[in-house]
Design a protein around this ligand. Structure first.
Ligand SMILES: [Zn+2]
Length: 144
């Protein structure tokens, strides 16, 4: 069946609500999705930090093999096997990506908020963290 949910660009996970009252968070905790998968039900979602540097949020759907009943039990009994689909996406051409990130970083007024966020969610050795720092250096260099 099809489920609606939201892709978290930070932990690269598609997250969906398993039952009407299941407020499911992605593994990094940034995004929540609520409302279950009933046809007529609403889908509610949001992010703790809306850091656009990593892409924006939107609802999309995925095909899964579990039934609604299995999802309900998974939530209701606290088994917690479902509700996530790990999707490590190959990025577009790295150059395009860097350009997009640069635009997003430039649009960001408070870099300290972004840096705090990076420190909370990313390993200091990670590629993401270093890319953001490199781009910030570049921007500062250009502004001199
Ligand atoms: Zn996440």
């Amino acid at each position: 069946m099809k489920v609606n949910g939201v892709y978290c660009p930070i932990c690269q996970t598609f997250v969906f609500s398993r039952a009407h009252y299941d407020c499911r968070r992605c593994p990094c905790g940034n995004i929540f999705v609520d409302g279950g998968q009933d046809k007529d039900s609403y889908i509610r979602y949001g992010a703790k930090n809306d850091v656009k540097v990593f892409g924006s949020l939107s609802v999309s759907s995925r095909e899964i093999t579990q039934s609604l009943k299995e999802l309900y039990n998974d939530w209701n009994k606290g088994i917690d096997n479902y509700g996530y689909i790990k999707e490590e996406k190959k990025m577009n051409k790295p150059v395009d990506r860097e350009k997009k990130m640069e635009e997003a970083i430039r649009a960001y007024e408070a870099w300290d908020i972004l840096l705090n966020y990076m420190e909370e969610y990313f390993d200091k050795d990670s590629e993401e963290y270093n890319t953001v720092l490199t781009i910030m250096d570049k921007i500062e260099e250009k502004n001199k």
